[in-house]
Write a protein of this length. Structure first.
Length: 260
């Protein structure tokens, strides 16, 4: 509402303006305090508590060089620096060669658990890379992927990797050979073989193979019937602690006898 100011009321006007300024500041201060109080309440609300997942050792590790056939393990520390309980769900692996065991599926705030990873190198040779995926209720990442690498060493190396009997003839001996190299640090003994393939026998070395040395294994096939394609195998028994059984595939074909 407008009002008239007379010259002799200057002091009164100044008093009115100062009172209005102070009232405005008081209102603003009350609003600020209200906002701050609301922020404190919201920040402390259980609905905003956040679990977190930290892999202490990092998201990648290397198992180094391992003998083929060996089973190796690595334990990782799962830390929860968050403000709520970390709940772990399923743990997925990239292949059946990898196994996992978690110490607990619930990790309280500022506590830790462990994840044991096991890798079986039996069916691998050379560089290997695998992964483990952890499902959890972590606020920043529902999926946590850990990768690991390894180099699998063949302590018993084959060249070629299989016996191949090309154009074998029924009731006639066919011969194929494989070079076996001992890449281990101890002598290697090949003592026996077993197979379900009829007519197949092996000639094994009669003495241990020194470290770093190579010998021939000879396969002898006396087939009793034609086969357009051979697909079988033979196990060779060794005293290597990591490869006690060496599997050698058998390929080729068998023809019927022809009359001249």
């Amino acid at each position: 509402m407008p009002f008239t100011v007379f010259h002799n009321d200057v002091s009164a006007v100044r008093l009115i303006l100062e009172s209005a300024r102070m009232a405005t500041q008081a209102i603003s201060g009350k609003r600020l305090m209200t906002l701050l109080a609301a922020a404190v309440v919201i920040a402390g609300s259980p609905s905003l508590a956040q679990p977190k997942l930290i892999i202490v050792e990092g998201m990648h590790f290397d198992l180094g060089s391992i003998p083929r056939g060996s089973v190796v393990q690595r334990s990782l520390t799962l830390s929860n620096p968050g403000s709520d309980t970390l709940v772990l769900g399923r743990v997925d692996v990239s292949c059946g060669c990898t196994g996992t065991v978690v110490s607990s599926t619930a990790i309280p705030p500022h506590a830790s658990g462990s994840l044991l990873i096991t890798f079986n190198s039996k069916n691998f040779s050379g560089p290997v890379e695998k992964s483990v995926t952890i499902h959890s209720n972590a606020a920043d990442a529902a999926l946590t992927v850990v990768k690991f690498t390894a180099t699998v060493i063949d302590e018993i190396a084959l060249d070629p990797l299989y016996f191949f009997f090309r154009d074998a003839v029924v009731l006639q001996e066919s011969v194929a050979s494989i070079t076996v190299t001992n890449n281990s640090s101890t002598p290697l003994t090949l003592s026996a073989f077993r197979t379900q393939m009829k007519g197949l026998t092996l000639t094994l070395p009669d003495r241990p193979i020194p470290p770093g040395a190579s010998v021939l294994i000879t396969g002898h096939l006396m087939a009793t019937e034609p086969a357009p394609a051979l697909s079988n195998g033979v196990f060779v028994t060794s005293d290597n602690p990591h490869q006690s059984d060496v599997y050698i595939p058998v390929y080729g074909n068998v023809r019927a006898q022809t009359l001249d």
